[in-house]
Design a protein around this ligand. Sequence first.
Ligand code: NAD
Ligand code: ZN
Length: 249
Amino acid sequence: MEGLADRIPPEAVQRLCESKRLVVLTGAGVSAESGVPTFRGKEGLWKNHRPEQLATPQAFEKDPELVWDWYHWRRNTVREASPNPAHYAIAELERKIPAFALVTQNVDGLHLRAGSEKVLEIHGDLHHARCSKCSDVVALEEQAGLVICELCGGHMRPNVVWFGENLDVRLLEEAFVASRASDFLIVAGTSNIVQPAASLAYEALGNDGYVLEINLDPTPLTGSASATVLGKAGEILGELVKMAWPEEH
Ligand code: NAD
Ligand code: ZN
């Protein structure tokens, strides 16, 4: 029977060992093994609402309490979850490769809890609220209700990027610069359909970088990536790190 190690191309292992500039891009699939639902899976539904109906500025304007309830529920789900081997393998990669950047579309904070330090949370995070008027950011307490900004009286909103909103330009620029300069880029657990994150792999490819994709299923990137390994991010990333630095495992 084919083992995990047989699914990872030797060239990927070799290039990873030699990498001096690594970028890792993650999506909701990386947290799936921690029990955090993805949007597009069956478990993405909440009280018969689709995420696309809740994660928008229009939904917040229409029914802020409903949207806050959903975010409180998501934040509690994440608090009860723990990082999985995918998060830990990525944190280990950061300690091994001289220039490293982790670009995540996840808002759950699990990368930071696993020990990653250089994390670009390009879609924001669940653990803070932001004033919709003056942009002041505050940490959310466990039982936070619908809060009003202490500075200007504006409505506080979740500190996340909603469908149809722009990403933080500075973070995005950093992600593009790092991807363009990378010699190796790992794309794990993302469907590669949400822009602009889906473009980062092409920046690396355009500069002769090696792009390794890890996903349960093929994505629009699959035909262009240097290699795609189908499987669970936690298993594959854990095995990849072991194969690249066998003496330490
Ligand atoms: P997505 O578009 O990144 O899709 C998830 C991908 O992960 C799919 O391609 C799926 O095949 C793959 N996948 C699922 N389980 C996997 C596993 N164990 N190993 C490897 N791959 C796996 O994510 P989405 O759920 O459609 O969400 C879109 C956006 O919504 C995210 O970018 C994020 O901003 C937000 N979101 C965040 C979280 C989180 O923070 N954990 C969860 C859901 C949604
Ligand atoms: Zn304010």
